[in-house]
Every structure is written in C-alpha cells, then in structure tokens.
Design a protein around this ligand. Structure first.
Ligand SMILES: [Zn+2]
Length: 235
C-alpha cells in the first residue's frame, strides 16, 4: 500500500499540526498524511515547515515528483514552497547527518587515539620485556661463557701442571740415569774407588740394590769404621 498525501491551503484555522501541535492558520499551506482505517480516509495535518525528510521521502516513493502530490499540480507558488520545505529538510538532514558523522568521527578518532596509545603502550611493554629478557639471556650467556673460560683455563693449568710434572719426572729420570752413568764412570776416581772397595768388602750386592741415602749412610758408617785406629788415614 502506498502512502497518500495531500497539500492544500488550510480551509480554516481549526486544525492542529501533527508534529508541533500548534494550530495551523487558515490559508497557510498544510501537508496532509492520509491514513485509511475501516475504509475511511483520515488526514493528519502538519505545517509545511514541520514535515520531516522521512515524510518527503515516503511521498516521493508514492509520487514521481513533488509536483505529483495531490494539491500541488500546476500551482508554482505551492510547488515553490513545497520545494523549499523539502530542501530545508535536506539541508537540516544533511546538517544532522554531517553533525552525527562528525561526532562519530570524533568519537572514532578518540577511540582510535586511545587504541593507538594502548597499542603503543603494549608494544613498548612488550619491547621492554623482550629487552629485559634479552639482557638476562645475555648475562646468562656471559656467565656461562666465563664459567666455560674458567673451566678451560683450569683445565689448561692442570694440563700444564701435568706436563710440567711429567717433564720434571722425565728430567729426574734422566738425571738418575746420568747419575748411574756417572757412577759407572766414577770407577776411575780414587775416592770413589776406595769407598766402593770398602763397600764391596762389606756387603757388595746389597749396597748396589739399596738407595743412595741408605748407601751414603752406610758409607758414613763405613767411613767411621774406616776411621778406626787401624784405618790407613789414622795410621
Ligand atoms: Zn507544526
């Protein structure tokens, strides 16, 4: 069912505006919205200036143009006023729409700003946390590295010590070998010869098997014995 409208000069001053409730003056242009109920048409009147954009839109769905609304016809004065009223709703509608859009945009931009600030804060917190984590990681890695280095150094020191000990042992062995060799060579030496002979006269085999300290003690004993009255030195 299409909406029905009518536009006319008020026949009397008795009707009231549907929207603002004020009386509509006689002969003033009024907009009539016609509702059909129980096969009876009922017309609700409005000041032309109180007609909403929605009503114009509805009217333009029912009629091809404002001129087609019953009552307008060829009356250029009425058409001019209707056009003006419609233009006013468009302007105010546009104004309202623009205002609403602006409010929405402001609200939106405010929201966007808040969102961006929050996101930036979050990103910063994340970055800080990551940096802290990285620092901790670095510190741990450094500590590990230092521990490894200390371990390596200790290992190297131990190896060095071991090598030194081995070298010392080797040197000692070499020295001992030299001593033996010297001992062998010492046969020509007169004192050694005499000592050896004394040792040999006492317990030859045992003296050679025993260590230097013991043998030297025995040498001392032997020397003391040798110092006895019958020794050649005393004689
Ligand atoms: Zn009104």
């Amino acid at each position: 069912m299409s909406n029905k409208y009518v536009i006319e000069h008020a026949k009397s001053g008795r009707s009231n505006c549907r929207k603002c409730k004020d009386p509509i003056a006689k002969d003033a242009l009024r907009w009539g919205s016609i509702t059909t109920r129980d096969e009876h048409d009922q017309t609700y009147w409005s000041h032309l200036g109180c007609v909403t954009e929605k009503q114009f839109t509805n009217a333009l769905e029912s009629y091809e143009s404002l001129r087609e609304i019953p009552g307008v016809g060829d009356d250029e004065d009425i058409l001019g006023q209707v056009d003006q009223a419609y233009a006013a709703t468009q302007t105010s509608a546009n104004f309202d729409a623009a205002q609403k859009a602006q409010e929405k945009a402001d609200k939106g931009s405010h929201k966007v700003e808040e969102k961006e600030a929050k996101a930036a804060e979050k990103a910063k917190a994340k970055k800080d946390a990551a940096a802290a984590k990285q620092a901790e990681k670095d510190a741990k890695a450094k500590a590990k590295e230092e521990k490894e280095r200390a371990k390596e150094e200790a290992k190297a020191a131990k190896a060095e010590q071991k090598a030194a000990a081995a070298a010392a042992k080797k040197d000692a062995a070499a020295a001992a070998a030299d001593d033996d060799a010297e001992a062998e060579d010492d046969d020509d030496e007169p004192i050694a010869v005499s000592k050896k002979r004394k040792n040999a006269s006492m317990k030859p085999a045992k003296v050679f098997r025993e260590g230097n300290r013991k043998s030297s003690r025995k040498d001392a004993i032997a020397a003391e014995e040798a110092d006895a009255p019958c020794s050649p030195a005393a004689a």
